[in-house]
Ligand binder design. Structure first.
Ligand code: HEC
Length: 148
């Protein structure tokens, strides 16, 4: 009986310890939004889809899974490439170097809309506010391959 109480007590303490650690972790990440927090809208992704089809799909594939030369813009490899970077980093990469056959030809709004379509394709939830078009704002959203 005594042993049982000791075990329960120990477990209880361990649980409190673990919970405390999780609490601290949540606090640390509180300011940092991720793409899991509903950072684009359905409408925005719907605007981005035809743009993606027109401007990107010939190389990156109709399903964003990549083509002969170009990498996928969804899926494991893509997630690994961008893990812990920000949506601003990804946005700038698209804005400056893509579409590869005519780099820099899309507006900020078009790039943001395509990024929204990419997030939708990645099965990240939509939310109430659109992705902004300012890089500084997008830098405040982290890309996290694991749901935090
Ligand atoms: C003519 C072919 C072509 C077109 C069109 C094109 N891309 Fe690319 N894209 C590439 C290639 C090739 C790479 C990899 C080599 C490189 O980085 O230049 C790439 C890389 C990328 C990357 C980096 C992927 C990673 O995991 O690092 C992103 C993001 C991207 N493209 C987005 C887009 C978007 C968005 C569009 C449409 C606006 C687009 N691309 C249009 C060929 C293309």
């Amino acid at each position: 009986m005594k042993v049982k109480i000791a075990i329960v007590t120990m477990f209880g303490l361990a649980a409190v310890g673990a919970f405390g650690a999780v609490g601290a972790n949540v606090k640390l990440q509180a300011q940092q939004k991720t793409q899991w927090d509903g950072v684009y809208t359905e409408d925005q992704a719907k605007r981005g889809e035809p743009l993606y089809a027109e401007k990107c799909s010939s190389c990156h594939g109709p399903d964003m899974n990549g083509g002969e030369m170009a990498p996928g813009l969804t899926g494991g490899e893509f997630q690994a490439n961008w893990n812990d970077l920000t949506l601003g980093d990804l946005f700038e990469r698209m804005r400056i170097s893509m579409p590869q056959n005519n780099p820099g030809s899309l507006s900020r709004q078009q790039n943001a809309d395509i990024l929204a379509a990419m997030l939708k394709k990645g099965n990240y939830p939509a939310g109430k506010a659109e992705l902004p078009t300012q890089t500084e704002m997008l830098n405040m959203v982290k890309f996290s391959s694991q749901k935090p």
